[in-house]
Design a protein around this ligand. Structure first.
Ligand code: DAH
Length: 339
């Protein structure tokens, strides 16, 4: 029996040494220590030994068992360690590699310019309102004193949807919608998209944006209009900016004017930016025509007001010195990133 025990110990040691994975290790355990395992069989045969030999042999078997169990456990730990090491190696992160820069969006120059304009007028107590882009002929033309067959109607090449529904060519219809509500006084700006069937070039697009302004109250005069727009120009282009009102004609205002500001590049002496004139045109404005007030249910003998319309793209192009309007619509990341 002693020799068999010794042989088993050597055999187990050899097999464990050669064993390459956890499954094989379990097989070895079952083969030697299991219910029908080699060592268990020897244990069973103890009953054939003499009473004198039995305790000695029993001790030897227990020793052998303890040794085998320890070897198995050592091997198991070695496997676990190796597995952990492999995993660590596979999951290693090289912290010295340059990090990936997160992709960040950029605000569009139009949005920056609009927020700037809104900030200025909100600061003067104006409300920001919106109107529909798909509009009735009535609001876009008729109620603004532009009747059918009026030449101004041809000037703004209109996208018609039906005979009397169109894509608004200007934000001025929002004035009418606001006046119709009958809540006075009014102090509003209305930014929004407008549409004209224009060919695309450096200064034209079939879809662009305007900001409409309207003030209606008692005793509003042209002086209020001048003061308001002068303040607006200073806030937008700098304290030194001066404004010039040139007589003009719009059907919905009387009198009407176009407003120029001193060139913020050369300060008015003339440069490439202002084409040598020292002045840059920025908007149209005027005192709301009494007929327009009346059509919207406001008594022109009691109330008066002024209105103005600014091109948003024009402001963005000027403020950020962009020389081609098409850049604003292409959304090329290399362009947008600059703002
Ligand atoms: N709606 C005009 C246009 O698209 C701009 C404009 C001029 C608006 C004068 C006004 C205004 O409110 O008073 O050309």
């Amino acid at each position: 029996m002693k020799e068999r025990l010794q042989a088993i110990r050597e055999e187990v040691a050899k097999q464990i040494e050669a064993c390459a994975d956890m499954d094989k290790l379990n097989e070895i355990r079952v083969a030697f220590l299991g219910k029908k395992g080699e060592l268990t069989n020897i244990m069973k045969s103890l009953k054939d030994a003499t009473a004198e030999e039995r305790p000695k042999l029993g001790m030897m078997i227990n020793e052998a068992r303890a040794e085998i169990e320890e070897k198995l456990s050592e091997k198991k730990d070695a496997f676990a360690k190796k597995l952990r090491e492999e995993k660590m190696k596979a999951e290693t992160i090289d912290v010295t590699l340059p990090a990936k820069k997160p992709m960040m969006g950029h605000r569009h120059p139009n949005s920056i310019a609009l927020e700037e304009v809104e900030r200025i007028f909100i600061g003067m107590g104006y409300e920001v309102v919106e109107g529909p882009e798909v509009e009735y002929d009535y609001y876009n033309f008729e109620a603004l004193n532009i009747p059918a067959n009026h030449p101004a109607k041809d000037e703004q090449d209109t996208f018609y949807i039906t005979g009397d529904i169109l894509l608004r060519t200007q934000t001025s219809p929002v004035q009418v919608r606001e006046m119709e509500k009958g809540k006075l006084p009014i102090r509003m700006i209305a930014p929004g998209r407008v549409f004209r069937s224009d060919e695309v070039d450096a200064t034209h697009s079939p879809s662009f944006h305007q900001i409409e302004g309207l003030v209606i109250d008692k005793n509003i005069t042209f002086a209020d209009l001048k003061g308001t727009l002068a303040e607006f120009a200073k806030e937008l282009f700098g304290e030194q900016t001066r404004v010039k009102f040139r007589p003009h004609h719009f059907p919905f205002t009387e009198p009407s004017a176009e407003v120029d500001v001193t060139c913020f590049k050369c300060g008015g002496s003339g440069c490439r930016f202002c084409k040598g004139s020292g002045w840059i045109e920025i908007l149209g404005c005027g005192m709301v025509h009494p007929k327009v007030l009346k059509m919207s249910g406001i008594d022109p003998d009691e109330y008066s007001g002024f209105a103005f319309g600014v091109g948003l793209e024009r402001i963005a192009l000027l403020k950020y010195e962009i020389d081609d309007m098409r850049l604003l619509y292409e959304n090329d990341e290399r362009f947008l990133k600059q703002f």
